[in-house]
Ligand binder design. Structure first.
Ligand SMILES: NC(=O)c1ccc[n+]([C@@H]2O[C@H](COP(=O)([O-])OP(=O)(O)OC[C@H]3O[C@@H](n4cnc5c(N)ncnc54)[C@H](OP(=O)(O)O)[C@@H]3O)[C@@H](O)[C@H]2O)c1
Length: 259
């Protein structure tokens, strides 16, 4: 069982679902996101539902270097150590690169990539020194191929997938594991925040945040390096394997324009 988990992006969606599940199992939780009021509301809810669980609220904008360092310091702390780090915070931008605001693209890289590397580094150092711990990084099936129409997002998630799989290889035999989870379409605030909430994707393609969270946490608990949650997502990823890159690119471009 996890004793203390730190979850980034805990104010909403997959991260909030993970926090609720971890607390229900009796884990203490450290909640990281920008929206202090939402984190405090979640802390109050958890305090009511699970009075013995310890909840820390650590508001941070992971695109800001000083905030990121404060979170890294909590990850590295030896007092009440973190034994599960979940790098879940992230956002996406849709549109052709030339039309997008470059500052937002750079912020996307800061949150989706730089913060993941910084916090994974802090966790790997602290956890390997103790010989135990788990890291769970949230990538996306969008990271497995080119994604015209959300190029920066797909590239950040490709980074998270490649980086995580490599570090998982480095950690073999240390007692510390790194799991990369690659969700498909998941019902959260993600698409509304990206301004693409209204366009139709078939119901069957969607998973709930709770289902994705449960499968990801189970994979982390088992120390599995790679987790594509859901049967449909697994089938689509396997089927896409032999498809030529050019065709995958064209299909991905159509999907980006539909969502
Ligand atoms: N939903 C999907 O279809 C889907 C599919 C594949 C992968 N994913 C990945 O799943 C992860 C969670 O997303 P979600 O779907 O649960 O979306 P969501 O409901 O929009 O949640 C995103 C979380 O990230 C936090 N966040 C965003 N920018 C941040 C920043 N600068 N600093 C700190 N926290 C920040 C948000 O909190 P604040 O606004 O309070 O900061 C929020 O808690 C993301 O990495 C996303 O890329 C989602």
């Amino acid at each position: 069982m996890t004793h203390t988990a730190l979850v980034t992006g805990a104010s909403s969606g997959i991260g909030r679902a993970m926090v609720r599940q971890l607390a229900a199992e009796g884990s203490d939780v450290v909640l990281v996101a920008r929206d202090r009021a939402r984190l405090e509301a979640l802390a109050a809810e958890l305090g009511e539902a699970h009075p013995t669980v310890g909840v820390e609220v650590l508001p941070a904008d992971l695109a800001r270097r000083d905030d990121l360092e404060a979170v890294a310091a909590r990850v590295a702390a030896t007092d009440h150590p973190i034994d599960l780090l979940v790098n879940n915070a992230g956002f996406g931008t849709y549109g052709d690169l030339a039309e997008l605001d470059v500052e937002t693209e750079l912020e996307e890289i800061a949150v989706n990539v730089t913060a993941v590397v910084r916090l994974t580094h802090a966790a790997v150092r602290a956890m390997t020194a103790r010989g135990t711990g788990a890291i769970l990084n949230v990538s996306s099936v969008a990271g497995l191929q080119a994604t015209p129409g959300n190029a920066t997002y797909g590239a950040t998630k490709a980074f998270v997938a490649s980086f995580g799989e490599s570090v998982a290889g480095e950690l073999e035999g240390t007692g510390v594991t790194l799991t990369t989870v690659l969700p498909g379409f998941t019902r959260t605030e993600f698409h509304e925040r990206a301004g693409v909430g209204g366009r139709p994707v078939p119901d069957v393609a969607w998973m709930s945040a709770e289902d994705v969270a449960a499968r990801a946490l189970a994979a982390a608990r088992a120390g599995r390096p790679w987790c594509v949650p859901g049967v449909l997502n697994k089938v689509l990823v396997a089927a896409a394997g032999p498809v030529p890159r050019g065709l995958k690119r064209r299909i991905a471009a159509r999907v980006a324009r539909r969502v």
